[in-house]
Design a binder for this molecule. Structure first.
Ligand code: PLP
Length: 358
């Protein structure tokens, strides 16, 4: 018996997803940055993406990048979360390029880079409507002019982020806006910008449709390569694997019980007042998997006849009444993951990582 819970990571499927993403984007002149934050930049997964043809990587946490560098990882890495004023030394030590939107931070990066005798690449983030990070279009142009004058940084390009806070979809319209801003910046600063970074997985849709505006030359892809899904559009991507990551946990109790608790109701273990619908007596399994291990909202039972009923810090209760094959104590129950499930199970020290290559 393999000690559970464990996350089964299929390196071949991740490599194939990476290769398919790279090959879909290449005809459009679009380079794929492999985004590693969804799996805490675990080195074997990074290597699988690299084997699939991804040369440049991106993560939101310097800690993840530093861990890769300590293993002599030499590839180009972009920091995807705007750097903190308090973390610039580490930024310059481990990271080649970062996304930015605050002049005070960029000036501080430039000052420290000059002192260290290096130059750091900057992608200026422009907010085209999703309202997370980035300068609004008018501000972006003046900010670019100021950044272009700083000696310790290179204005390598501009980028935008969508489908995160506001759920805004990438469109021909908002990506053309980004390209117009690029042109205006080039007019003002007098040199060409190397990179126009047009979003993440949700922008793959425009690549598939053949409608990605010419000039967008980089996408930063995490979810698509890892999970084969595009949450912003609420879809599975047909040409990618959806099962490169599977979470498995063991049944430790199997009993038929009423669907409504018996007795006076207070709060549950997390202070919420639970609500129940009476469905009579149902067979349910308890798994050795709790909210301390993984976010339950992030899990989808592979068997569509199973339903997660709830749980607490160390237990998950699953309705298995309608499963055609009888479930036994000691069986392993398997889940697919969404992005939240992937993040939490990779971060959890209680979930073992088990790599397969077939
Ligand atoms: C996480 C992140 C991405 C990757 O997004 P996916 O939807 O996983 O492809 C891209 N850009 C930024 C700025 C991010 O933080």
């Amino acid at each position: 018996m393999i000690d559970s819970p464990y996350l089964e990571i299929n390196l071949r499927k991740i490599e194939e997803n990476a290769r398919n993403a790279v090959e879909r984007c290449r005809p459009f002149g679009v380079e794929v940055l492999g985004v590693t934050k969804g799996f805490t930049a675990l080195p074997r997964i990074v290597s699988a993406m690299n084997a699939g043809g991804i040369e440049k990587f991106a993560d939101s946490r310097i800690q993840n990048i530093a861990a890769l560098r300590r293993r002599r990882f030499k590839n180009h890495v972009t920091l995807l979360r705007i750097p903190k004023l308090s973390s610039i030394d580490a930024l310059l030590k481990y990271v080649d390029c970062s996304v930015n939107s605050e002049y005070a931070v960029i000036r501080a990066i430039s000052d420290k880079a000059v002192a260290a005798g290096i130059r750091h690449d900057i992608i200026l983030m422009v907010d085209v409507g999703d309202l997370r990070e980035g300068a609004m279009p008018d501000e972006a142009i003046t900010l670019a002019e100021q950044v272009a004058l700083l000696p310790g940084v290179r204005l390598a390009g501009i980028g935008t982020n969508m489908g995160c806070y506001g759920g805004i979809l990438p469109t021909i319209h908002n990506l053309n806006l980004l390209l117009e801003i690029k042109k205006e910046i080039e007019n003002r600063v007098g040199f060409e910008l190397e990179t126009v970074s047009g979003g993440g997985t949700s922008s793959l849709r425009l690549v598939e449709d053949g409608t990605l505006p010419a000039g967008i030359n980089q996408l930063r892809i995490g979810e698509g390569i890892l999970l084969g899904t595009d949450t912003t559009h609420g879809r599975e991507i047909s040409w990618l694997h959806q099962d490169a990551f599977l979470l498995c946990s063991e049944v430790i109790e199997l009993k038929t019980k009423p669907t409504v608790p018996i007795g006076e109701t207070g709060n549950d273990a997390f202070g919420n007042k639970p609500v129940f619908v009476d469905k009579g007596m149902r067979k349910r399994a308890i798994l050795a998997l709790g909210k301390q291990d993984v976010s339950f909202e992030g899990l989808i039972p592979v068997d569509p006849n199973m339903h997660i009923l709830g749980g607490s810090s160390d237990h998950m209760i699953v309705d298995v009444n309608d499963c055609p094959e009888p479930i036994k104590v000691g069986d392993m129950i398997t889940f697919r993951l969404n992005y939240q499930g992937l993040l939490t199970s990779c971060t959890s020290k209680y979930i073992r990582k088990r790599y397969v290559t077939s």
